[in-house]
Design a protein around this ligand. Sequence first.
Ligand code: GUN
Length: 307
Amino acid sequence: MTAETARATLIDGKAFAAGLVDRVTAATARLIADRGIKPGLAVVIVGEDPASQVYVRNKGERTLAAGMRSDTHRLPDSTDQETLLALVAALNADSGIHGILVQLPLPAHIDTSAVLGAIDPDKDVDGFHVVNAGRLAVGLPGLVPCTPLGCLMLLKAALGDLSGLNAVIVGRSNIVGKPMAQLLLAESCTVTIAHSRTRDLPALCRTADILVAAVGRPEMIRGDWIRPGATVIDVGINRLPSRDPARAAEGKTRLVGDVAFDEAVTVAGRITPVPGGVGPMTIACLLANTYTAACRAAGVTPDSLDA
Ligand code: GUN
């Protein structure tokens, strides 16, 4: 194959996620049959944001399909913080609920960190509580944020041992960038977190054996920023107008990542597509975290969810 026609291997997150969901579903059935414990996930949504409504409905359906209990609490936009904190306290105290997810973003009049901080860390299946961030940082068992956990699973499936590899993470969010860095550090990668103030970002990206893009800017990372043969994990989910001007005029959109895929695929060794890469892993990891939380609450060692 000539350099011009070389194409990266696609990392099929959709297929990997389907396998993980199958393993979680089987492990859940065993937990119910052997111990009489049915994992339960409560999802709380405040307000009417249409995208959040779609995500929450999907989470509920997928939770039920995995054989778990699913409770969805839909609260009006006018809900005050006290009411929301009272619901979180009731869910913390409910022994049939093992995972609590408060859908973000919350309305502006609610203090998000106060609400996330009120969730029992052992039910915090998003892994957003500072106790879980701390556990991850010091290497204690806890609940790990779903998106970076899914990225790590894909990387290990694609590359095996990650130790000694140079990892560059573009994006320093609490939800993706920082926990991704902790996870890769724990795998003995040499980790750099880049952000909007990083000098000469293209040159830094070219040092990466593993490049994780989590900035939320469509197609920001260009092909010539990528080291030939590198593994590229694209966390971005951005909407751009359709390529077809007539469809774009009707408001039709297409999904793109934070990486300019058509360029990157000619340079990288492996790459996650958008859609069908990291996205499907997030909900699979949410189900895995709910299963894990249910086992730990009962003092049961979780079955391995490895492929
Ligand atoms: N809103 C968008 N993604 C997420 C997520 O992963 N967790 C929560 N809680 N809210 C979100």
